[in-house]
Design a protein around this ligand. Sequence first.
Ligand SMILES: NC(=O)c1ccc[n+]([C@@H]2O[C@H](COP(=O)([O-])OP(=O)(O)OC[C@H]3O[C@@H](n4cnc5c(N)ncnc54)[C@H](O)[C@@H]3O)[C@@H](O)[C@H]2O)c1
Length: 326
Amino acid sequence: MKILVTGGAGYIGSTVAHELVKTGDEVVVFDNLSQGHRCAVPEQAVFIKGDLADRELVDSIMRAHRPEAIMHFASNTLVGESIAKPFLYIGDNVTNGLNLLKSAVEYGVRRFILSSTANLFDKPLKIPITADERIIPGSPYGESKHILERFLYWMDRSFDLRYAALRYFNAAGAAGPHLGEQHDPETHLIPLVLQVALGQREKITIFGDDYETPDGTCVRDYIHVLDLAQAHILALRALGSSSRVYNLGNGQGFSVKEVVETARQVTGHPIPAEIGPRRPGDPAVLIADSERIRADLGWQPSYPNVRGIIETAWQWHSENPAGFKE
Ligand SMILES: NC(=O)c1ccc[n+]([C@@H]2O[C@H](COP(=O)([O-])OP(=O)(O)OC[C@H]3O[C@@H](n4cnc5c(N)ncnc54)[C@H](O)[C@@H]3O)[C@@H](O)[C@H]2O)c1
């Protein structure tokens, strides 16, 4: 299949692009490199540098490459920033997504996969969180994904565009020693902790230890980036029949303190930690119920616990302390 991967130079998009190339798919990566890295894109893929805000460019890519499917990773992704800059999120994320969708419909694309998020569930009624949980976005970032999910629902009804909305919980780990996570600024716990082990950061700050959790720190569900990639590939193949919405996590929670302690064991570094104030908008516990994708598509994570995930992340970070070359 020929697949357009927006944001395919970023952390998750590049990993999925590599896995698609391995399965024999033709991949066209479109990325503005605001966060992405040129050398994270697989050599076998066509790479086009550009911004989704440029509707003419998006149309010209559709015309030239005629993708059969789109995987849409490109996005502003920072929850905290989105509270300070809602226009950038509810504005740009949505407008860019709509540019892509308009073009997709015009050029006859019938399969679309959206990177959605656990940030749809600010006040879950039940943990683990099923795909049917009520949606209360935790930020303008989460709201932008919710709007795009709703838009996709109508694209399906109006234009027979089949979609999968994949709501990732905390993506983590690395696909190998040459492909991993590198954001600037970095806000994700595991790379931040590993930066301390590399001597690039003095200590890690734990935001709050007075939550209603066993050790008082927030509990999250970490999912390996390769397990996410498998979910994308399974969903893409299944989209011939009907649209789908899936929550994607391991179904197990690990506290911030547990992650820091595991990273100490994996790296052999003491990783000093201090307790800071809570961050606004951090729910105490987010754990996914991924039963639906397991039952429908036979998806099965290969990295069910956080130690295996941190080991792969450490391999990437310790072999590439300065990150990607470009
Ligand atoms: N990392 C996580 O834990 C996580 C969790 C839930 C959802 N998500 C979603 O998954 C997707 C990928 O996340 P990631 O961690 O790989 O992020 P990332 O920042 O590494 O990747 C996003 C890529 O999109 C590109 N991009 C951004 N805006 C663009 C634009 N206007 N035009 C063209 N390219 C643009 C960036 O340069 C970057 O390469 C995002 O949509 C994110 O919201 C991520």
